[in-house]
Design a binder for this molecule. Structure first.
Ligand code: A3P
Length: 334
């Protein structure tokens, strides 16, 4: 493993902070070779790296939701970075007006550093004090609905869930792995056919993807005031409209005056792929765990899977998705 990739991969797959409790639990869980050749463990029906599993366990034990909290939920590579930027800018639009005189936090900070990633923070710093965050607290997670800490469900906190066309999500993840660890992801080490096969069996990080999506889909239908459900494709098509809906959902809708002043478009433009990916901080910067910021900005398109997936691999994913989403009423555009 090269030294440049090892620190980054380590951030996602590390085990040096594992407690004895986690090691004991892990030893009893179903195990699979997973992302970048690491072990993944199945807990409460979902596949996790050991680091993020420990973060999840600590989160379940320690996190106390407040009614005013806003929790952004995604599967990895489904638009997390974008959603973080949008909701941060939306909720803080009076504190940090857009456009600003060049001092908006997004201009200098990767969106991942503006909102804590619950299970990531709990893995690195189990004692982290979330009570110190500004209110409303903004946080993100990949935790499945069934595994959320009890207080998230029982409080009035709000959940914004974003998912993505599974083929694009898979392809995005595939390239993300290659960016982080070129040597571990050569075609010989990590053939795409095997990755698609595992994905279609539900064996991907935070997978099965369909269960992850459907749990939040049904939760949003059951209680639309609690869970806002949106797809990456809808956001791409009508970012201003969706942002307006998210604002209403969060109780901070845009006023008529703001709409006339173009405040919605200003946030959409600031958070666009073109804008964020061209900022120095995201072109050159690194997250504290060593991941290069630019790894989170690849193409930012819908339907880009066509460049990576052969017809037969695309058909394999399509068959799985059709079967798993059958009868749910949920359709993905591509
Ligand atoms: P691609 O790999 O298809 O380009 P996540 O943020 O969940 O890790 O997802 C990363 C995906 O979102 C990548 O997709 C990335 O390019 C895309 N992305 C990042 N920022 C974006 C933005 N502001 N607008 C649209 N897509 C964005």
């Amino acid at each position: 493993m090269s030294s440049s990739s090892s620190s980054t991969v380590h951030a996602f797959l590390g085990d040096e902070l594992l407690t004895q409790e986690t090691r004991d639990l892990i030893s009893s869980l179903p195990k699979e070779k997973g992302w970048l050749g690491s072990e993944m463990y199945q807990f409460q029906g979902y596949w996790h790296t050991q680091a993020l599993l420990q973060g999840l366990l600590t989160c379940q034990k320690r996190f106390e939701a407040k009614d005013s909290d806003i929790i952004l939920v995604t599967s990895p590579k489904s638009g997390t970075t974008w959603l973080k930027a949008l909701v941060f800018s939306l909720v803080n639009r009076h504190k940090f007006p857009v456009p600003s005189s060049g001092n908006h936090p997004l201009l200098f900070t990767n969106p991942h550093l503006l909102l804590p990633f619950l299970e990531g923070v709990y893995y690195k710093t189990p004692e982290f004090d979330f009570t110190g965050l500004p209110i409303p607290r903004l946080m993100n997670t990949h935790i499945a609905h069934r595994s959320l800490p009890e207080s998230v469900k029982s409080s009035s906190c709000k959940i914004v869930y974003c998912c993505r066309n599974p083929k694009d999500m898979f392809v995005s993840f595939w390239h993300f792995g290659k960016t982080l660890a070129r040597e571990e992801t050569t075609d010989a080490e990590f053939p795409i056919e095997k990755a698609v096969e595992a994905f279609c069996k539900g064996k991907s990080m935070s997978g099965p993807l369909w269960d992850h999506i459907l749990e939040y889909w049904y939760a949003s239908r059951e209680d639309p005031n609690k869970v806002f459900f949106v797809t990456y494709e809808e956001l791409k098509k009508q970012p201003g409209v969706v942002l307006g809906r998210i604002a209403e959902f969060l109780g901070c809708g845009f006023t008529d005056e703001e709409i006339v002043q173009g405040k919605v478009e200003e946030i959409v433009n600031l958070c666009s792929f073109e804008s964020l990916s061209n900022l120095e901080v995201n072109r050159q910067g690194k997250l504290p765990n060593g991941t290069e910021s630019k790894a989170f900005f690849r193409k930012g398109e819908t339907g880009g899977w066509r460049d990576t997936l052969s017809e037969s691999l695309a058909a394999e994913i399509d068959r799985t998705i059709e079967e798993k989403f059958h009868g749910s009423g949920l359709k993905f555009s591509s």
